[in-house]
Design a protein around this ligand. Structure first.
Ligand code: X8Z
Ligand code: ZN
Length: 585
């Protein structure tokens, strides 16, 4: 209607929007759950239809919210309007045919990724889990190369080829974003951080500059060790490291290389994978350990439905999207995780990550619907990772997984293991959206997608493809979040934030940071730390993230000094090892 918007009509509008969006979110959650855990043409169609309804409604409400620009509203209502206008990760064009096409091809991209297999022979297919095991465990360069190349054939072999769908996705989602007043989908993604989009991009650069020297030290040390192992012909003295040698399909975390890179006379004191396998721990056992950690901090046990409805192991008779995720299907307490758990250290840590999402979702479930979200998406990704940092040798001894805590004089090993996981990740966490932002803006045209992907991999990570690549390869499509349309800068932010959160919680837990280094402090069983954490989590998205950060840490800025302090002893040691050797590429 043409009536002039008022504070009262704003209130009524928000009430209607929250009610409708909640119902549509629940319906889309149910349909997407079935699609991701039982991939068939039918579940794909059902999920696409439910997502289309939700996205169309969200776009319509975003447009309607803009009518209240300039109307003086109470702070909560103004914040809800802002969330309505900037909260989408995908905007469908108003045209019905186009919104239909976009939501269908998005669902198809995710399903195709989930179904992806490398089949050297027709009856000898390997899925991502099997190929990842080879990349993580084998030290035979030929086997590593085959597993790497094998998985990287999946995007081009999908039906239709992933790049075909992706191109159209870029086009249609940009059209939708423009209809909402954004320059493109990337600009929309950058608009959610209570900062102007280019200010946010600058903030990300600033944080990267803070941590880059630490990454360079780790990279140089790793390159030297890999040269010793594989020789000059495989690993160059000065150049980037071939991406198939780093123990992970995307070279995003290098902790599988720990045995090769361990400092002498150092020792984390345990190999969690061996411990879990020796104990024959099941997926449920591992989830229960994670749950107990949260319960020890004063969180409530997971609801019974969590164990009835979650997908915890890979079904043998059907395709599923194995990439781990956490869900709150009714936006209240229908918490679930979807994960193909194996008894490994990596999966043990990922469970703590996923449960962080679930405990955040539950903590903010009494907020109005539009505030049932993280303070920003980096917070959401950091909640469980922070708890991972409390998985210390003392904690593992207390829960009975190891019998003795190694002497602190051997702690370089612990730090190295964590750095291979967390520090190695930083440039990867950054580069994916550096690529996508430029793809959405058109600065990277379709005929340069793969070449610019590798330019950025080289620029930020200092890694190179192990064999020549061509534009017919669509290597970005080999990483879940690209076909899954999940923004990635969140993980970079999370890797900075989790150390800030951990430092603040450690102080609240009474760790004396003058005598106990940050990496030895666990908040396990500490009520004060748990209480402080829950206070921040319960805010959800109701306040701008700097306020949530201030409540926990006393500071309003994201700040890399916490991660730098954490790894300072390792940095010193790495620089000694690197003395006189090339650093960088
Ligand atoms: O995707 C994830 C989680 C689900 S939100 C398993 N992560 C990123 C990845 O695997 O690429 C966690 C760390 C980075
Ligand atoms: Zn996550």
């Amino acid at each position: 209607d043409s009536a002039k918007p008022t504070a009262e009509s704003a209130r009524q509008f928000l009430e209607r929007a929250e009610k409708e969006l909640l119902a549509l979110s629940n319906a889309a959650g149910q349909a997407s759950w079935v699609q991701a855990t039982y991939i068939t043409p039918d579940t794909e169609a059902l999920a696409a239809a439910a997502n289309e309804k939700q996205i169309k409604a969200a776009v319509a409400f975003a447009k309607e919210a803009a009518r209240y620009d300039g109307v003086d509203l109470p702070p909560d209502q103004a914040r809800k309007m802002k969330i309505l206008k900037t909260g989408l990760t995908i905007a469908a064009p108003a045209d019905d045919k186009e919104s239909n096409e976009l939501t269908q091809l998005m669902t198809r991209m995710e399903s195709n990724y989930g179904k992806g297999k490398y089949c050297p022979k027709p009856d000898a297919c390997q899925d991502l889990q099997q190929l990842s095991r080879t990349i993580g465990e084998s030290r035979d360069p030929a086997k590593l190369l085959e597993a790497w190349q094998g998985w990287h054939t999946v995007p081009a072999k999908s039906n239709p080829p992933l790049k075909t769908d992706f191109l159209r996705y870029v086009e249609l989602s940009n059209k939708g974003a423009k209809e909402l007043g954004f320059a493109n989908t990337g600009a929309m993604w950058r608009s959610k951080y209570d900062l102007a989009p280019d200010e946010f991009a600058k903030e990300v650069d600033r944080l990267w500059k803070q941590v880059e020297p630490l990454y360079l030290s780790l990279h140089a040390y790793t390159r030297n060790k890999l040269r010793e192992k594989y020789g000059d012909a495989v690993v160059p003295a000065q150049g980037p490291i071939p991406a198939h040698l780093l123990g992970n399909m995307w070279a995003q975390s290098w902790d599988n290389l720990y045995p090769t890179l361990a400092p002498p006379n150092a020792d984390p004191g345990y190999d969690l994978t061996q411990v879990l396998q020796a104990r024959k721990s099941t997926a449920v056992d591992m989830v229960r350990m994670g749950e107990s950690m949260y319960v020890s901090l004063g969180f409530q046990p997971l609801p019974a439905t969590f164990f009835e409805r979650s997908l915890l192991t890979k079904p043998r008779d059907r395709d599923v999207v194995c990439h781990a995720s956490a869900w709150d299907v009714d936006n209240v307490d229908d918490l679930r995780i979807k994960m193909c758990i194996e008894p490994t250290s990596e999966d043990f840590f990922t469970i703590y990550h996923e449960l962080g999402h679930n405990y955040y979702q539950r903590a903010y479930n009494r907020q109005p619907f539009l505030f049932r979200d993280g303070a920003n998406d980096g917070f959401h990704e950091a909640i469980g990772d922070t708890i991972q940092l409390s998985i210390t040798p003392d904690y593992l001894k207390q829960i009975g997984l190891i019998s003795a805590v190694p002497d602190p004089s051997r702690d370089l090993g612990l730090l190295m293991k964590r750095a291979l996981e967390k520090v190695a990740f930083l440039p990867f966490g950054l580069m994916i959206d550096q690529w996508r932002w430029k793809v959405f803006s058109g600065e990277i045209p379709p005929d340069k997608y793969n070449a610019s992907w590798w330019e950025l991999r080289r620029k930020y990570q200092g890694v190179a493809p192990p064999v020549a690549r061509a534009e017919a390869d669509f290597d970005p499509g080999a990483k879940y979040h690209v076909p899954g349309s999940v923004p990635y800068t969140r993980y970079f932010l999370a890797h900075i934030l989790q150390f800030q959160f951990h430092r603040a919680l450690a102080q609240k837990a009474g760790c004396d940071l003058k005598t106990t280094p940050l990496h030895r402090c666990s908040i396990y069983q500490n009520q004060a730390a748990g209480q402080a954490y829950r206070e921040m989590l319960a805010l959800g998205a109701s306040k701008p993230w700097p306020e949530a950060l201030q409540i926990l840490t006393g500071k309003r800025e994201m700040d890399a000094t916490a991660i730098l302090d954490y790894f300072a002893p390792l940095k010193k040691w790495l620089d000694e090892q690197n003395a006189g050797k090339p650093v960088g590429w």
